[in-house]
Design a protein around this ligand. Structure first.
Ligand SMILES: NC(=O)c1ccc[n+]([C@@H]2O[C@H](COP(=O)([O-])OP(=O)(O)OC[C@H]3O[C@@H](n4cnc5c(N)ncnc54)[C@H](OP(=O)(O)O)[C@@H]3O)[C@@H](O)[C@H]2O)c1
Length: 280
């Protein structure tokens, strides 16, 4: 992580060793590592499950981040809290995007819990940075691109159908990490958007990714209505990174460039992982 110049070390903590809802355990972990900056990526992210387990979603996404923010404020530790485009209803016309000052109006329990988290963090610690991103993908962990690839390479795979009426800003986690560091280093606070430049539909993203991966499979566009899910998702939640641009710290690039760099760096690993999934 060459971009983290000036940092002595980076430490991570996750379930099961650290549950963010356990405020005493979080305090002990902070006491033990004495960080200058905490980046809170912990969240209840199973969007559909949030509809039926609202209490759990709010505990992880809203109450615990508020407690963490209070702890950071008391101890003079910087905090970056990750939030989401799902705080918006996505009803803006195609071609328009959301800036930080646009009113939030979540459609789902997940979005509501994340919005509540933004509010609880900033109430407890106005100096914290709440950073909204969108459509994350990366080499580690499950994500939309890996799911598309797994479907494309499974034995006997026919044409894929991918929704064309959800638009957003696919964001590479490696780029986002640089953006988080750039914004935090500048001492930004409040709400900022940080997602790739440009916008596309899920269908367009799938087509571009599979083209770069050189996986030959037909992809057809379909509508969200054809695949009803428990949670409503925003149709056009394209984020504009106004705050980081105004602060002169924007490092985000066009989504196509990032998908290309991601594929160039990880194509073999992605294919092996998809093939592994295929045989298990
Ligand atoms: N994925 C996206 O497209 C997207 C878009 C915008 C914003 N975000 C935000 O980005 C952040 C990271 O999300 P992600 O997509 O990387 O999802 P993720 O892979 O599910 O990451 C969330 C992490 O939080 C952990 N976690 C869950 N409950 C916890 C608890 N009680 N205590 C401590 N850790 C807990 C999860 O552990 P387990 O895996 O063990 O459950 C997981 O490691 C979240 O704030 C999310 O809202 C994501």
């Amino acid at each position: 992580m060459e971009f983290l110049g000036g940092l002595a070390s980076v430490a991570g903590a996750d379930l099961p060793e650290l549950d963010i809802r356990d405020s005493r355990a979080v305090e002990r972990a902070v006491e033990a590592s004495k960080p200058d900056l905490v980046i809170n990526c912990a969240a209840f992210t199973r969007v559909d499950d949030c509809e039926t387990t609202r209490t759990d979603a709010f505990a992880v996404n809203a109450e615990a981040p508020g407690q963490l923010a209070g702890l950071c404020a008391r101890r003079g530790i910087g905090l970056v809290h990750i939030s989401t485009d799902y705080v918006f209803d996505g009803k803006k016309p195609v071609g328009e995007s959301y800036v930080e000052s646009d009113p939030a109006a979540p459609l789902s329990a997940y979005g509501e819990s994340k919005l509540a988290g933004e509010k609880s963090v900033l109430a407890a610690f106005p100096g914290a940075l709440v950073l909204r991103s969108a459509w994350l993908y990366g080499a580690s962990g499950p994500n939309f691109l890996k799911a598309i690839l797994a479907r494309a390479v499974r034995p006997g795979a026919g044409p894929l159908r991918v929704v064309d009426d959800q638009r957003g800003t696919p964001t590479w986690t490696a780029r986002l990490a640089r953006q988080i560091w750039a914004a935090a280093s500048r001492g930004m606070s409040g709400i900022c958007h940080a997602s790739a430049e440009g916008a596309c539909s899920r269908y367009e993203l799938a087509v571009e990714f599979l083209r770069l991966m050189e996986v030959g499979v037909e992809v057809f566009a379909c509508s969200t209505a054809e695949y009803p899910r428990p949670a409503k998702v925003p149709a056009n939640a394209v984020l504009e990174n106004a705050a980081i641009k105004n602060a002169g710290v924007n490092v985000m690039v066009d989504w196509r460039a990032d998908v290309a760099e991601f594929v160039a760096g990880f194509r073999g690993r992605l294919l092996a992982e998809a093939a592994g999934r295929r045989t298990t």
